[in-house]
Write a protein that binds this ligand. Structure first.
Ligand code: NAP
Length: 262
């Protein structure tokens, strides 16, 4: 590396916190991936608007961020409720004035074979995982368009790429999120807004801890890197997509799965 380059790189990517003065709204921030994403973005200087269904559930996330000197506020709401999300975005802007980063991470599973899948199980998953992203991207997108800047990251899944027996609702929601994100990326590109998708593989969180030993062994056989992912593996990629280094990346799917899908 040329002599003059190293200090420049260190200034840009290592010493400066690139989200200082920015506000990031993260859904599903009470635990798992959302919590790790909120902490990672706060570490880069962003003030965090943390969303989950109850303020109580967000306590640990807020404490972790505040203990490290960061700023975070709780905003309770159900992402599947369109009117509630419009109101929530208004509350966030009343508190923070702007929203620069949106991470649509909240998600649920209601697994079951299609023949026995209830309409309720279908609706809950689609309304949370897919409509939830619409419910927030529309009002936040309007703000970002006015700001002529913004980063949107949607958390899909390798299941949205591959499908999975017993997860038709979940796979449909996660595949839908990919088409949604590419459309948003095209609509908003001229306003300096990027929209990308992260597809996690098998990550150790509450969502995956129900899997029995046999299923875990079978899964591990399909992971070339021979380990399950940690929430921080996803959080780091989301932070990268919100960094200056990713300013020319939009409409892309980053699969973070230890090589499972390639
Ligand atoms: P998790 O531990 O079960 O956490 C889910 C989060 O979503 C919680 O914070 C939960 O908050 C929130 N949430 C659920 N329904 C909500 C709603 N209606 N309104 C607002 N918030 C809601 O899950 P995770 O493993 O961290 O997964 C996070 C995301 O990554 C999901 O979209 C999931 O599909 C995706 N993903 C995970 C994996 C994995 O291996 N873990 C793999 C691929 C993709 P409250 O319950 O406190 O409201």
């Amino acid at each position: 590396m040329g002599k003059g380059l190293r200090p420049a790189l260190e200034n840009n990517f290592m010493s400066e916190k690139y989200l200082t003065g920015k506000v990031a709204l993260v859904t599903g921030a009470s635990r798992g991936l959302g919590k790790a994403i909120a902490v990672a973005l706060a570490r880069e200087g962003a003030a965090i608007a943390a969303v989950a269904r109850s303020e109580e559930a967000l306590k640990e996330t807020l404490e972790a961020i505040r203990a490290a000197g960061g700023t975070a506020e709780p905003f309770a709401g159900d992402v599947s409720d369109n009117a509630a999300m419009d109101a929530l975005v208004e509350k966030v802007t009343a508190r923070f004035e702007h929203i620069d980063v949106l991470v649509n991470n909240a998600g649920v599973t209601r697994d079951g074979l299609l023949a026995r899948m209830t309409s309720e199980a279908w609706d809950t998953v689609i309304n949370t995982n897919l409509k939830g992203a619409f419910n927030l991207t529309r009002p936040v997108g309007r703000l970002m368009v006015r700001q002529r800047a913004g980063r949107i990251v949607n958390i899909s899944s390798v299941i949205g790429l591959m499908g999975n027996a017993g997860q038709a609702n979940y796979a449909a929601s996660k595949a839908g999120l990919i088409g949604f994100s590419k459309s948003v990326a095209r609509e908003f590109a001229s306003r300096g807004i990027t929209c990308n998708v992260v597809c996690p593989g098998f990550i150790e969180t509450d969502m995956t801890k129900e899997l029995n030993a046999d299923m875990r062994t079978k899964l591990m056989e399909r992971i070339p890197l021979q380990r399950f992912g940690q929430a921080e593996d996803i959080a780091g990629v989301v932070a990268f997509l919100c960094s200056p280094a990713a300013s020319y990346i939009t409409g892309q799917i980053l699969t973070v799965d230890g090589g499972m899908v390639m």
